[in-house]
Design a protein around this ligand. Structure first.
Ligand code: MG
Length: 153
Protein backbone atom coordinates (compact mmCIF):
# COMPACT_ATOMS: atom_id res chain seq x y z
CA UNK A 1 0.00 0.00 0.00
CA UNK A 2 1.11 3.56 -0.70
CA UNK A 3 -0.05 6.93 0.59
CA UNK A 4 -0.24 10.07 -1.55
CA UNK A 5 -0.88 13.74 -0.83
CA UNK A 6 -2.02 16.49 -3.18
CA UNK A 7 -2.76 20.21 -3.07
CA UNK A 8 -4.07 22.66 -5.65
CA UNK A 9 -5.09 26.30 -5.72
CA UNK A 10 -6.75 28.43 -8.38
CA UNK A 11 -7.84 32.04 -8.65
CA UNK A 12 -11.55 32.62 -9.20
CA UNK A 13 -12.71 34.86 -12.00
CA UNK A 14 -15.87 35.87 -13.87
CA UNK A 15 -16.85 34.06 -17.05
CA UNK A 16 -15.54 30.66 -15.98
CA UNK A 17 -17.33 27.57 -14.65
CA UNK A 18 -16.72 26.43 -11.07
CA UNK A 19 -15.79 22.73 -11.38
CA UNK A 20 -15.24 20.66 -8.22
CA UNK A 21 -14.68 16.91 -8.48
CA UNK A 22 -16.25 16.81 -11.92
CA UNK A 23 -19.41 18.60 -10.76
CA UNK A 24 -20.31 22.09 -11.99
CA UNK A 25 -21.30 24.24 -9.01
CA UNK A 26 -23.58 27.25 -9.65
CA UNK A 27 -21.42 30.30 -8.93
CA UNK A 28 -20.76 33.80 -10.26
CA UNK A 29 -17.03 32.99 -10.32
CA UNK A 30 -15.13 29.98 -11.67
CA UNK A 31 -11.56 28.71 -11.71
CA UNK A 32 -9.10 30.64 -13.83
CA UNK A 33 -6.91 27.96 -15.42
CA UNK A 34 -5.49 26.52 -18.62
CA UNK A 35 -7.65 23.40 -18.21
CA UNK A 36 -11.18 23.44 -16.74
CA UNK A 37 -9.44 24.27 -13.44
CA UNK A 38 -11.05 21.55 -11.32
CA UNK A 39 -8.94 22.01 -8.16
CA UNK A 40 -10.17 18.87 -6.44
CA UNK A 41 -9.39 16.59 -9.38
CA UNK A 42 -5.99 18.27 -9.82
CA UNK A 43 -5.17 17.61 -6.15
CA UNK A 44 -6.32 13.99 -6.57
CA UNK A 45 -4.08 13.59 -9.63
CA UNK A 46 -1.11 14.91 -7.66
CA UNK A 47 -1.94 12.55 -4.80
CA UNK A 48 -2.10 9.56 -7.17
CA UNK A 49 1.19 10.54 -8.80
CA UNK A 50 2.73 11.20 -5.39
CA UNK A 51 1.76 7.75 -4.13
CA UNK A 52 3.98 6.26 -6.83
CA UNK A 53 6.68 8.99 -6.68
CA UNK A 54 5.82 9.75 -10.31
CA UNK A 55 6.24 13.53 -10.17
CA UNK A 56 3.39 16.01 -10.50
CA UNK A 57 0.52 17.07 -12.73
CA UNK A 58 2.52 19.91 -14.32
CA UNK A 59 5.11 17.49 -15.67
CA UNK A 60 2.46 15.17 -17.12
CA UNK A 61 0.10 17.84 -18.51
CA UNK A 62 2.20 21.00 -19.10
CA UNK A 63 0.14 24.24 -19.04
CA UNK A 64 2.18 25.30 -22.09
CA UNK A 65 0.68 22.41 -24.12
CA UNK A 66 -2.31 23.65 -26.15
CA UNK A 67 -3.74 20.11 -26.02
CA UNK A 68 -4.81 20.78 -22.44
CA UNK A 69 -6.53 24.11 -23.06
CA UNK A 70 -9.90 23.89 -21.30
CA UNK A 71 -9.22 20.16 -20.86
CA UNK A 72 -11.82 18.14 -18.97
CA UNK A 73 -9.96 17.22 -15.77
CA UNK A 74 -11.98 14.00 -15.49
CA UNK A 75 -10.20 12.78 -18.64
CA UNK A 76 -6.81 13.73 -17.17
CA UNK A 77 -7.67 11.75 -14.03
CA UNK A 78 -8.65 8.70 -16.11
CA UNK A 79 -5.34 8.92 -17.95
CA UNK A 80 -3.38 9.11 -14.68
CA UNK A 81 -5.30 6.18 -13.22
CA UNK A 82 -4.48 3.98 -16.19
CA UNK A 83 -0.84 5.14 -16.22
CA UNK A 84 -0.23 4.50 -12.52
CA UNK A 85 -2.30 1.32 -12.26
CA UNK A 86 -3.23 2.27 -8.70
CA UNK A 87 -6.34 0.82 -7.10
CA UNK A 88 -7.81 3.32 -4.64
CA UNK A 89 -8.45 2.17 -1.09
CA UNK A 90 -9.76 5.48 0.22
CA UNK A 91 -9.52 9.21 -0.32
CA UNK A 92 -9.99 12.09 2.09
CA UNK A 93 -10.19 15.69 0.91
CA UNK A 94 -10.84 19.24 2.05
CA UNK A 95 -12.00 22.07 -0.20
CA UNK A 96 -11.36 25.62 0.98
CA UNK A 97 -13.84 28.04 -0.56
CA UNK A 98 -15.51 31.14 0.83
CA UNK A 99 -18.64 31.07 -1.33
CA UNK A 100 -20.91 29.40 -2.38
CA UNK A 101 -21.39 27.03 0.55
CA UNK A 102 -20.83 23.48 -0.71
CA UNK A 103 -22.91 21.45 1.76
CA UNK A 104 -25.69 20.56 -0.65
CA UNK A 105 -23.24 19.52 -3.39
CA UNK A 106 -20.99 17.25 -1.31
CA UNK A 107 -22.88 14.03 -2.08
CA UNK A 108 -22.87 14.77 -5.83
CA UNK A 109 -19.13 15.41 -5.71
CA UNK A 110 -18.52 12.17 -3.77
CA UNK A 111 -20.62 10.20 -6.25
CA UNK A 112 -18.82 11.77 -9.21
CA UNK A 113 -15.42 10.88 -7.76
CA UNK A 114 -16.50 7.36 -6.76
CA UNK A 115 -17.54 6.74 -10.36
CA UNK A 116 -14.32 8.21 -11.79
CA UNK A 117 -12.15 6.26 -9.36
CA UNK A 118 -14.17 3.05 -9.74
CA UNK A 119 -14.88 2.69 -6.02
CA UNK A 120 -17.70 2.89 -3.50
CA UNK A 121 -18.85 6.32 -2.35
CA UNK A 122 -18.03 5.18 1.20
CA UNK A 123 -14.34 5.31 0.25
CA UNK A 124 -14.55 8.96 -0.81
CA UNK A 125 -14.60 11.71 1.79
CA UNK A 126 -15.13 15.34 0.75
CA UNK A 127 -15.13 18.06 3.36
CA UNK A 128 -15.58 21.78 2.80
CA UNK A 129 -14.59 24.78 4.83
CA UNK A 130 -14.18 28.51 4.44
CA UNK A 131 -11.08 30.54 5.18
CA UNK A 132 -13.15 32.45 7.77
CA UNK A 133 -13.04 35.62 5.68
CA UNK A 134 -9.48 36.28 6.78
CA UNK A 135 -7.00 34.14 4.91
CA UNK A 136 -5.75 36.23 1.97
CA UNK A 137 -7.43 35.73 -1.40
CA UNK A 138 -9.08 32.53 -0.18
CA UNK A 139 -10.75 34.46 2.63
CA UNK A 140 -11.81 37.20 0.23
CA UNK A 141 -13.49 34.66 -2.05
CA UNK A 142 -11.05 35.21 -4.90
CA UNK A 143 -9.47 31.76 -4.83
CA UNK A 144 -10.24 28.09 -4.18
CA UNK A 145 -7.94 25.40 -2.79
CA UNK A 146 -8.14 21.64 -2.27
CA UNK A 147 -6.14 19.21 -0.16
CA UNK A 148 -6.22 15.46 -0.72
CA UNK A 149 -4.78 12.37 0.94
CA UNK A 150 -5.20 8.94 -0.64
CA UNK A 151 -4.30 5.38 0.10
CA UNK A 152 -3.78 3.09 -2.89
CA UNK A 153 -2.57 -0.40 -3.63
MG1 MG B 1 -4.82 23.07 -10.97
Amino acid sequence: MRIGQGFDLHRLTEGRRLMIGGVEIPSALGEDAHSDGDVLIHAIIDALLGAGAYGDIGALFPPSDPAYKNADSRMLLKEVLSKTGHKLINLDSTIILETPKLGKYIMSIRESLASLLDTDVGNISVKAKTAEGILGELGQGRAIAAEVVILVE
